[in-house]
Write a protein that binds this ligand. Sequence first.
Ligand code: C6P
Length: 406
Amino acid sequence: MKVIKADFPILDKKVNGRNLVYLDSAATSQKPKQVIDAISDYYRNNNANVHRGIHTLSVEATEAYEGARKKVAGFVGVKDSSEIVFVRNATEAINLVAYSWGRLNIEKGDEVVVTVAEHHSNFVPWQQLAIENGATLKIVPIDSDGELDIEAFEKAISSKTKLVAFFHVSNVLGTINDVKRLSTIVNRKSKARILIDGAQAVPHMPVDISKIGCDFYVFTGHKMLGPTGIGVLWTRRELLSQMPPFLFGGEMISKVQLAKSTWNELPWKFEAGTPDIAGAVGLGAAVDYLSKIGMENVRKHEIELVEYAVKRLSKIKDVQIIGSLDPKKRGGVVAFNVDDIHAHDVASILDSEGIAIRSGHHCAQPLMEYLGIKSAARASFYIYNDKSDVDKLVEGIEKVRKVFKR
Ligand code: C6P
C-alpha cells in the first residue's frame, strides 16, 4: 500500500518545532482532504434539514444523508441500510442498546457477560444495567498473551446469560477477537444476545457483519477518517422493530396526539432530533476513501508496521510491550511501558519531539487493574504512518531513557 501523507493536511504541521509524527489514531484518526472537502462542500452547497422540506436543498441534504447510510451499510456487509442507525459515537450506540433493549429484557437473576479488556464504553453501561436491574455481571479474563481465555468464556455462558458483550479489537492489547467463533459459542450455549464493539476493528480491517452471527455491532466514525459526532449501531431489523425508542421528540415520531404518540419507521425511530447530517456526509466520504485503498491493504499495511514496531521496541532496554508480540494477532496498537517511568512522562517527552502518542489508562481501568499496572504509553498506527514514524518513536524513547538516566 502506498502511504499518502499528502492527503492529510494536518501532517504538515510542526509541533514543538518538529514535524508532527501522529501515533494516536486509536484515539481519533486524522482526516484526509477528501473528507474535509466533502463536509465543506455539503455546507457550501447543500445544507438544509433532512426529511422535512419539500424544497430542493432539503431534498439534496436528505439524499446526501441517506446516501451516506447506504455507503456505510455496504462497507460492513449490511444489505438492508435501514438496519444502520446513526448515533453520535460507539458509546452512544452501546447506551442505546443498554437503555432500549437492555432495560426491557434484563431482569433480576439474569447474567450479562463481558471481558476484562473492554473499553469503559462497553463495560460501564452493562455494569450500570446489572446494578439497576439486579442482574449479575460476569467478567471473562485474558491470558498472559493478552488473548481472551476461551475456556473461561465458554464456562461463563449459560441459560441464564441474556447478553454477551465483547470487543472486536482491544484498544490497549491490540488483541483481535475471533468474533465469529465467540458468537458461535454463545449461540450454541444460550439464547443470549451478542453485542460487538467494533470501534477499533472497522477502521483497520475488512468487517462483514452479516458473517459474524451477532445481534448488535457498533463503531464510530472519527476513528475511520470520518468526523467526530457520528457513530453507527447495526442491529437486525426484527430486533430493532421490537426495541422501544431511546430518545423521544422530533424526527422519531409517526403521529403525535394529545394522549399518545406513535413511532417513525426504521431507522428513524432511533434518530431523534436533527441528526449530524454533515457528519454522515463526512463518514460517507471516509468510507469512499478507505474502499478505494481496500481494507485488506489497510490491514496488511498495519501488520507490517506493527511487526516493525514490535521488533524495534523489543530491542530497547527497559521497554515492556503489553499484549501479544505476534503482529498477525493484533491490530494497529502497541501499548508499552518504559521501566517504571510514568506513561505521561513518556508521552510528554515524546511530545517535545513532535510525536503524539496516548498515555494513561486508555479508558480501560478494569484491564489496568487486572494487569497490575496504573498506566501505559500507546502508539497506534494508521494508513498515513510508515516505518520512518516508528524510527522517530524509537529515537524518542531513547531520549526518554536518557532523561531518566536508564
Ligand atoms: N477509544 C482510545 O484512545 P467513542 O468515544 O464512543 O467514539 O469510542 C469509544 C470506544 C469504544 N470501544 C473501543 C474499543 C474504543 O477504543 C473506544 C475509544 C479511544 O482508545 C478513546 S478513549
